[in-house]
Design a protein around this ligand. Structure first.
Ligand code: 1GP
Length: 243
């Protein structure tokens, strides 16, 4: 039986009502030489986790970026891969994603099968994660790459049922996502309803650009909130999130 230290920490945080904040680093959007400087600010902030990944990794930088991050921080580093090609042993764990909102078998099971060769003897902690893309009022990279449609924010029932279907299938986390750079984050009412029904931890991401929005997601019941674009566009935002 694989040890699940990272997952247990997330469960513990949920039980203790401790809020987790992850910075999402897209390897395509960060210079490796900038990583130490960036993490000086991260370490002074309330960030608890580091996610690394993107819908694409054209320059195949994933491994080098994760290696550099691991040399720079003690925070847990999880891969959030857009495809099996992004898997690297340099991280601590992997969100093993299935795109449950979509109906494209490539992202429901094919990518996962393709990952097995790399994961069969892995030291990475594998965390089965149901990934649900909902409409953030703009076409996102996930949508383009996966060729799937997000669920409308009006369709609460489908969102809740998709999250629960994930839980019933054995997913250990649900990642409810408006997509990177979303104009509209996941509405509080949706977070509230999903969090109320779910037993497993809930991650919220996409379009969160202010402390107010971050707090709104937590108040509605998110266990972890992921922020990427806001830090890419304005690193000073990290200073607003000082410990
Ligand atoms: C994307 O949820 C993450 O997968 C983060 O989204 O880049 O909009 O913060 P943003």
């Amino acid at each position: 039986m694989m040890r699940q230290a990272l997952y247990q920490e997330i469960i513990q945080a949920k039980e203790n009502n401790q809020k987790l904040v992850a910075v999402l680093i897209d390897p395509e959007k960060i210079a490796i030489s900038h990583i130490p400087h960036f993490f000086e600010k991260v370490h002074q902030s309330i960030i608890t986790h580091v996610l690394v990944g993107g819908s694409t990794d054209v320059d195949k930088k994933m491994h080098r970026v994760v290696e550099k991050i691991k040399k720079t921080t003690q925070l847990p580093v999880l891969i959030f891969p857009g495809s099996h090609e992004q898997i690297t042993e340099a991280a601590d764990g992997i969100l093993f994603l299935s795109l449950l909102s979509g109906r494209n078998p490539v992202y429901l099971i094919e990518q996962q099968i393709q990952s097995v060769e790399k994961l069969i003897d892995t030291q990475l902690e594998i965390i089965p994660t149901g990934y649900i893309l909902i409409d953030g009022d703009t076409e996102t990279a996930v949508q383009r790459v996966s060729q799937t449609q997000p669920i409308s924010q009006k369709n609460h029932k489908e969102i809740i049922h998709t999250a629960l279907a994930g839980q019933f299938s054995g997913k250990q986390l649900i990642y409810l996502e408006a997509g990177s750079g979303a104009k509209k984050m996941v509405a509080s009412a949706i977070i509230k309803k999903v969090a109320h029904q779910l037993k497993i931890p809930l991650i919220i991401g996409g379009g969160i650009r202010s402390k107010k929005q971050l707090n709104a997601a937590f108040e509605a019941g998110a266990n972890m909130v992921v922020i990427g674009t806001a830090f890419e566009e304005n690193e000073a935002f990290l200073e607003e999130l000082k410990k």
